[in-house]
Design a binder for this molecule. Structure first.
Ligand SMILES: C[S@@+](CC[C@H](N)C(=O)[O-])C[C@H]1O[C@@H](n2cnc3c(N)ncnc32)[C@H](O)[C@@H]1O
Length: 256
């Protein structure tokens, strides 16, 4: 029987190129905010790590400030896209490494900056992965987390997680803001900045990016169309199925 990480690879490997051109991933106010936070770092970080780098959009931003960046992902195809794009952009300090975020192949305290964007909702053991992330972060180092948020309303959240899973069977869970803050506090991280944005997901592009099978697409449409008013309003469901959850960003420091 295959593992969840096999499912992640099966879903993402064939879609690597689509993630490079996806507008949700290649741009967005969260990426702009990340750039501003990174630009304010003094001193500049020497080594930075991007976990679940996908097609590398956050890693390219890290490479603007750090001497050495490791773009880390379970999917070899994603890493191939990052390797090629980094070479095209002349980002000599960026290199790629394959592996699982739950078991990082790095020494304690080996990075001044650890970041992750739109990947944590695939991690099966978030607490374990976050403990790993803290372990490899140097005391005084910075942590950046960006992900689509779960809803604090149980009814809305159940619908959101359900459509996410139907669209992509490697989905695990979008954590709520409360869960993220609890996790960061439990790790003893000092929160420096927090922000959230509405993130519109255009239905056709959203399912095509993952090559969601037609049966699943129909199930998502049925679920959305039949969803109660509270859910439709909270997720801003549109007639064509497009909807608008929130992206959250947390910028924190490991105390020195
Ligand atoms: C949506 S993509 C990431 C988007 C990217 N970070 C960006 O900013 O555009 C999610 C990535 O997380 C990776 N991933 C999921 N679970 C993982 C795990 N346990 N270990 C390593 N990578 C993982 C997937 O392979 C995929 O490339």
């Amino acid at each position: 029987m295959s593992s969840h990480l096999d499912a992640v690879n099966a879903r993402f490997d064939p879609r690597a190129q689509a993630y490079l051109s996806s507008t949700v991933h290649a741009a967005g106010p969260d990426l702009q905010c990340a750039r501003e936070l990174l630009a304010g770092l003094d001193p500049r970080p020497t080594r930075a790590l991007d976990l679940g780098t996908g097609a590398g959009h956050l890693a390219y931003a890290l490479a603007e400030v750090a001497d050495e960046v490791i773009a880390f992902d379970a999917s070899e195809s994603m890493l191939e896209v990052v390797r090629r794009t980094a070479a095209e952009r002349g980002l000599g300090g960026l290199r790629v490494q394959a592996g699982d975020v739950h078991d990082l192949p790095f020494a304690d305290s080996s990075f001044e900056l650890v970041a992750t964007r739109y990947s944590a909702h695939h991690w099966t053991k978030l607490e374990k992965a976050m403990a790993e992330l803290r372990r490899v972060l140097r005391p005084g180092g910075h942590l950046l987390v960006i992900d689509l948020e779960g809803s604090e309303q149980a009814l809305v959240d159940t619908h959101l997680q359900c459509i996410e899973l139907l669209r992509d069977t490697s989905h695990v869970r979008n954590r709520t803001r409360t869960q993220w803050l609890g996790l960061l506090q439990g790790l003893g991280m000092e929160l420096l900045h927090e922000q959230r944005w509405p993130t519109r997901l255009q239905f056709e592009a959203w399912v095509q990016r993952m090559r969601t099978p037609e049966t699943m697409v129909r199930a998502i449409r049925e679920l959305m169309q039949g969803a109660p008013r509270e859910v439709r309003e909270a997720l801003r469901v549109e007639p064509d199925g497009s909807f608008t959850p929130s992206t959250g960003l947390w910028w924190a420091r490991r105390p020195a």
